[in-house]
Design a protein around this ligand. Structure first.
Ligand code: GLY
Length: 429
């Protein structure tokens, strides 16, 4: 008996360490099958709807009410500047919003969602659609005007190369990574995010997400230069973006000598608040950095952010309000995109961390919430998007409580990571 007990303990310990839980035959995966089937049908309907019009779906147009914005930002209407707000024409409200061009930072997410849907189901038509929409982004390989080329090209062409490799795709990824590296300043040890605004050298926490392109291209080329730049950027961000409680500033701008010029927000409630998606970008980025470097400082940072997210979430279903400092009221919008990004990151983190099971369980809770009627759209609704209730940029009056393409992308990525860790495949659901 003692021997059996010992064996049981050892198996439990090993599973705990690897962060994996074995798939239990009796577990009910109806929610997962419904999530995948709904996602596929929404994507297929969108593809049919868009046809050959060379458009990339982004979200649904929302308007905003000034009093509501002031309440959310807890600012006095008399001091509130309205000049930068996005003001959609009335007729557009409720209709599908497309990327303004392939240079829109979200252009890679719709093709990327098609790639994940193909990976999840093996449906060949989805692959053909993914190829078609990915190829719209071909001109972006020459683009040097933003750090977002990592998001745009890794989510589209990066997934294309992973699932259907071709030399031409490899070349596109290398060229894009070279352009991203050209935004790296060795005095500041960071990659410049934006070329607009009044900042000297702005770096946003979101930039942590562009590092995966550099890691990937380092593997493709066997050239460590891409990875070295990515890790230097991550170290600089670790030093300057985080507060003592491990929450992150959105924007840090640097002087040319590498000293900090300013710290502020662009999309959060205020400069000292914890914008929900910013924290999600952070945990995802530092988990990637640990995977590629095995530097425990990065693992610790990812775990620190995870602890912050889990401690500060105010909702029963764990889908965060758009900012962790937003007023805790019934009208405050949530951000399903932050939840989807966090779920995907936590599943990877669960495979590296000692207490992996805790992160996996939390990710599962997020995925089940997102897959419930409260967030997962019914087929034929939601303009073809998969998830409802994300918030893009509330202070700028843009994409408030609406579906957004990157929520769908990271949701599908999280579902596929979930299935990998659980050892599940679609046909057995
Ligand atoms: N990268 C911009 C955003 O997260 O909204």
């Amino acid at each position: 008996m003692k021997k059996i007990l010992l064996l049981c303990c050892m198996v439990t310990m090993l599973l705990g360490l690897s962060g994996c839980s074995p798939s239990q035959p009796n577990e009910d995966y109806g929610w997962l099958k419904n999530a995948i089937d709904t996602s596929v049908r929404q994507l297929e309907e969108t593809v049919t709807d868009v046809g050959d019009s060379v458009l990339l779906p982004r979200s649904i147009w929302t308007g905003y009410d000034m009093d509501f914005l002031c309440r959310q930002l807890q600012r006095n209407p008399a001091t509130f500047k309205d000049s930068l707000r996005i003001k959609p024409v009335k007729d557009a409200l409720g209709t599908r919003r497309y990327c303004t061009s392939v240079y829109d930072w979200t252009s890679g997410f719709f093709p990327g969602s098609l790639w994940y849907a193909y990976q999840l189901t093996g449906i060949e038509d989805l692959k053909n659609d993914a190829v078609k929409f990915t190829n719209y982004l071909y001109p972006v390989r020459d683009y040097k005007g933003t750090h977002d080329v990592g998001f745009m090209m890794n989510c589209s062409y990066g997934n294309a190369y992973r699932l259907a490799p071709a030399d031409s795709i490899r070349q596109i990824l290398v060229q894009t990574a070279d352009n991203l590296c050209n935004r790296f300043n060795p005095n500041i040890n960071s990659i410049r995010s934006w070329d607009f605004g009044k900042w000297n050298f702005p770096v946003i926490i979101d930039n942590m997400m562009n590092l995966d392109l550099l890691f990937y291209v380092s593997h493709l080329t066997n050239d460590s230069k891409y990875k070295e730049i990515a890790l230097k950027h991550a170290e600089t961000t670790l030093r300057n973006h985080f507060r003592e409680d491990h929450s992150s500033y959105h924007v840090v701008s640097y002087n040319n000598d590498g000293s900090v010029e300013s710290k502020c927000t662009h999309q959060g409630k205020n400069n000292e608040s914890s914008w929900a998606r910013g924290q999600a970008w952070g945990i995802y980025g530092y988990t990637s950095c640990y995977r590629e470097s095995r530097n425990v400082v990065f693992l610790q940072q990812a775990e620190n952010i995870a602890a912050l997210i889990m401690a500060r979430v105010k909702t029963g279903d764990a889908i965060p309000l758009w900012d962790y400092d937003a007023p805790d009221t019934a009208e405050t919008p949530r951000d399903a995109s932050a939840a989807a990004i966090t779920a995907s990151a936590l599943i990877e983190l669960s495979t590296w961390a000692k207490d992996g099971q805790m992160y996996f369980d939390y990710a599962e809770k997020l995925l089940k919430s997102l897959s419930s009627d409260a967030y997962l759209a019914k087929v034929g609704t939601n303009q073809g998007f998969i998830l409802m209730h994300s918030t893009g940029s509330l202070p700028n009056g843009s994409e408030i409580d609406t579906p957004i393409n990157y929520a769908d992308y990271y949701y599908l990525e999280a579902l596929s990571r979930y299935m990998q860790v659980k050892g599940l495949d679609y046909k057995s659901l």
